[in-house]
Design a protein around this ligand. Structure first.
Ligand SMILES: [Zn+2]
Length: 196
């Protein structure tokens, strides 16, 4: 797929794309694109932008902005965003919701060939679900220093004793993921300060 990208030197991750089925001018303008060049966006970044869009849906509901999309053969087969507060459900993490939707779509709990894109390093529960689901590949953005199960706190994802190993790529659109979280918590602090 040919897409447009904008890069500023030294700020490589501030990118946007268009001429794509799944993105539009609104997103491009949100990212304040001033100079358009055309070249191919790396596949992982393309899907991670969609995971970030999911994360924004969580923020709009007052939920911590974390999003995920499951992709198989170039098609989104599941998506989710954090809904813990809305659903009063401690398991309503973006990844779990996306994995469940993907399994229903392929009519198989074994998610062979599926890549899950998450804006943040998964927690131990989600890491466990990925291994249980025989997920083929995980791509995530930033590290989670509170709950991260790919080495930040524990290393569930790369535990060699498990009978299934997930291929992992991290750091994709990490700055965008972190910026969403920072903005969310800053707004929350402002809101709470006004209330007190
Ligand atoms: Zn989780």
């Amino acid at each position: 797929m040919t897409v447009g990208l904008h890069y500023r030197p030294g700020e490589a991750s501030r990118v946007a794309y268009w001429d794509s089925d799944c993105y539009n001018d609104r997103v491009v303008s949100e990212l304040n694109v001033t100079n358009r060049e055309s070249f191919s966006m790396p596949e992982d970044e393309k899907w991670m932008w969609l995971a970030l869009e999911e994360a924004k849906k969580a923020a709009a509901l007052g939920e911590v902005p974390i999003g995920a999309v499951a992709v198989l053969d170039g098609e989104v087969i599941g998506s989710g965003y954090n809904r813990k507060e809305s659903d009063l459900d401690p398991t309503a993490h973006a990844e779990i919701i996306a994995l469940r939707e993907a399994a229903v779509k392929v009519q198989n709990w074994r998610l062979i060939g599926v890549t899950l894109y998450c804006t943040l390093e998964p927690c131990p529960m989600c890491a466990g679900a990925m291994i249980q689901g025989r997920l083929s590949r995980l791509v995530y953005g930033g590290k989670d220093t509170r709950f991260g199960a790919d080495g930040s706190i524990v290393n569930v994802m790369r535990e060699p004793s498990f009978n299934h190993q997930v291929e992992i790529t991290s750091g994709i659109l990490e700055e965008e993921s972190a910026a969403l979280l920072q903005d969310f918590f800053r707004d929350l602090r402002i809101k709470r300060a006004k209330q007190s």
